[in-house]
Design a protein around this ligand. Sequence first.
Ligand SMILES: Nc1nc2c(ncn2[C@@H]2O[C@H](COP(=O)(O)OP(=O)(O)OP(=O)(O)O)[C@@H](O)[C@H]2O)c(=O)[nH]1
Length: 339
Amino acid sequence: MNACHSDADSPTGLQAGCTKDCAKDCTVDCSALQEKHNSYQAISTILNSLDALVYVSDLQTYDLIYLNDYGTKAWGQIGGRKCYQVLQAGQNAPCQFCTNHLLVDAAGKPTGTHVWEFQNTINGRWYQCRDQAVVWVDGRLVRIEIATDITERKVMEQQLAAAKALAERQASTDELTQLYNRRAFFALSRHLFHQGHRAGQKLAVVMVDLDHFKRINDEWNHAAGDAVLVKISALARNLLRGSDVLARIGGEEFAILLPDTNEAEAWQLVERLRAGFEHGTANDEIHCTASFGITYVNLQDFQSELEPESLLGTLLHQADVAMMQAKATGRNRVCVFAQ
Ligand SMILES: Nc1nc2c(ncn2[C@@H]2O[C@H](COP(=O)(O)OP(=O)(O)OP(=O)(O)O)[C@@H](O)[C@H]2O)c(=O)[nH]1
């Protein structure tokens, strides 16, 4: 081979500065090579002007064949390495998240483009990647990826999602006690009524009203009253089961929905709450008890349509009547609504 064509690093085989009129004894058609070289330069100029990563790697061996300027600036030179060694952190084998298998069908034929989003493990930035398998100039199958930095959009999306989750949580949470609020209690009850109806379950609704709470506020102060509400709420949350719905629905009034619970289980649970409040605050400066009213419903009794809204209204009223009876008969006790 003539010296002027010996540049192994040149993708077209043409050494820089070689022309068809060079004085050397050329054995190949320099003008054809020159044309190829010019086309390569033109495409390379375009790819290097892109504000996006473009790379090409062998689909089988993962050898990195091409990396544009954007890529070399961010991840360094190819240096005879594999794509995963250059573009990802601490990889000495193909990446778990590699999309190569999605780019060809079972017969090994290219399937078209695959677009996905990914956070790069070296610089932590987010990219929208457009991957495609194509037949390379030398006949082998390669992967071409064009990756655009979408970090700003991704951060905005994450902030929006977090703000939405927070707003949703706030809309269903009582600020002082962090229990569900009235709105959430109604929404969750509707859902549990339907679920319990389908499964033919029994459930109980409980009203809870703290005893002589006005006195606590008057003898201490409003802040001390608030602290009692927080303490009682935490006690109740710990004593109930994970599936029970506990909500603060008024000042010192709470409602509880006990799903899939029969009469004996409900009584036991509520009695445990009553004793828990009594003993749990016994050594505090402010001792606090509560009165409880329970009502039960067997959802099997509703043969066809169930109207959760009106059923919940009825059950809350019944539980309230039972709770008032507990107040009237001495407080710090549990009464059951007489059907
Ligand atoms: N600290 C505090 N007090 C509240 C809050 N919401 C309601 N209250 C007070 O709770 C008290 C409720 O008083 P009442 O309805 O008369 O009932 P009670 O004193 O608990 O008496 P019984 O229910 O009959 O045992 C009132 O003094 C309200 O001001 C609150 O968020 N924080």
